[in-house]
Design a protein around this ligand. Structure first.
Ligand code: SAM
Ligand code: SF4
Length: 336
């Protein structure tokens, strides 16, 4: 009698890691041009190559049926996608999706924060790399700090709890702002995470020249605050510290100095429907032909997603000292 391998019906990879978190990019476009993320004149995808909002909603439904409970909408800048709010409203109603969260540069939050809360988004991460308007413009090339600060205020006003700032420090550009950014977060009862720059996409600057290690940033912050190592674990790559007698936590996402792959529970989908098994490796599975080729049948899509678990690598391959980027894709393409 032939022995059949058991059919796995949930997202567990070769290393026994259970995947329950999906990060979905809904556009590669953005109203900023951050120097670590994009070139100053990026080429964006043609509209027909990007999935429709209905296709994203279908993909999320399928992933939730396979055990995903948390979805982060990202980009590019997700809030510049036309009618993005329709997608948030649809996903906010999806049974089994326990956590619908968003990463944004904050530029559009002033208009959308309230509607996002009403749609069922439970948490927002907002990128903020400088509190100095001139520097903010230099880093984002076009961004308006005042608008982002109004966006953060609007998110607080809308009642979002645990708003988290994401800050990326670059040597010689904003690496002297760690304490100011942390103080801003503490004063506004926000969490903040410092992210190490990753070598995604070719840039005019050498990543090893701008790279600031989170160990260095932690040292600077510990000289100012009596930080207490927090046991908080989001299942993600950040290590957190608590500021005594304050609501804020300070986190560090350190792909270089502290590899975080062992507990990786996530997948990413690019705005054109490529399933990326790891941010720092090239393996991907193109789901768009299955979405469009089988409009009424989720079976082939599910099979491909389950089979992809065999491709999820053990870890990323970032090496900041290499001259060439570890991965050719920009963060804005895969979704940060
Ligand atoms: N536009 C939104 C924003 O900026 O928050 C969402 C997408 S953005 C790609 C998500 C996050 O990726 C941002 O916090 C940004 O700082 C981070 N990011 C972009 N390029 C990066 C890189 N090369 N290394 C590390 N983080 C990067
Ligand atoms: Fe846009 Fe976010 Fe990339 Fe900045 S980090 S260019 S805001 S996608």
């Amino acid at each position: 009698m032939q022995a059949y391998a058991p059919v796995q019906n949930s997202l567990v990879d070769r290393f026994g890691r259970q995947v329950n978190y999906l990060r979905l990019s809904i556009t590669d476009r953005c109203d900023f041009r951050c120097v670590y993320c994009m070139n100053d004149n990026p080429t964006f995808l043609a509209r027909e190559d990007v999935l429709s909002l209905e296709e994203y909603a279908r993909l999320v439904k399928v992933f939730v049926e396979l055990g995903v409970a948390k979805v982060r909408i990202t980009g590019g800048e997700p809030l510049v996608r036309k009618n993005a709010m329709r997608l948030f409203e649809a996903l906010g109603q999806l049974p089994g999706l326990n956590e619908l969260v968003l990463t944004t540069n904050g530029s559009q939050l002033e208009q959308h924060a309230k509607a996002l809360k009403q749609a069922g988004v439970i948490r927002i991460n907002i990128s903020l790399d400088s509190l100095d308007a001139t520097r903010f413009r230099r880093i984002t090339r076009v961004g308006d700090l005042a608008k982002v600060l109004r966006g953060i205020a609007a998110a607080k006003q809308a009642g979002f709890a645990n708003i988290k700032l994401n800050s990326l420090l670059m040597r010689g550009i904003n690496d002297d702002e760690a304490v100011d950014l942390a103080a801003f977060a503490i004063a506004n009862e926000l969490d903040i995470s410092f992210i190490e720059e990753m070598p995604l996409g070719a840039m005019p600057h050498a990543r090893q020249d701008s790279y600031v290690s989170n160990d260095q940033t932690l040292g600077v912050l510990r000289a100012r605050y009596d930080l207490i190592a927090s046991t908080a674990n989001t299942g993600g790559p950040a290590r957190y510290w608590q500021v005594p007698n304050k609501k804020s936590k300070i986190g560090f996402i350190s792909p270089h100095s502290h590899n975080f792959c062992e507990a990786c529970n996530r997948l990413r989908i690019s705005c054109q429907g490529e399933l990326h098994l790891c941010l720092g490796q090239e393996q991907s599975v193109d789901l768009r032909p299955l979405l469009r080729g089988y409009p009424e049948d989720d079976g082939p899509l599910k099979q491909a997603i389950l089979a992809s678990m065999q491709l999820k690598p053990k870890g990323h391959d970032f090496d900041i000292s290499r001259a060439s980027p570890a991965v050719i894709r920009f963060m804005s393409h895969t979704g940060g």
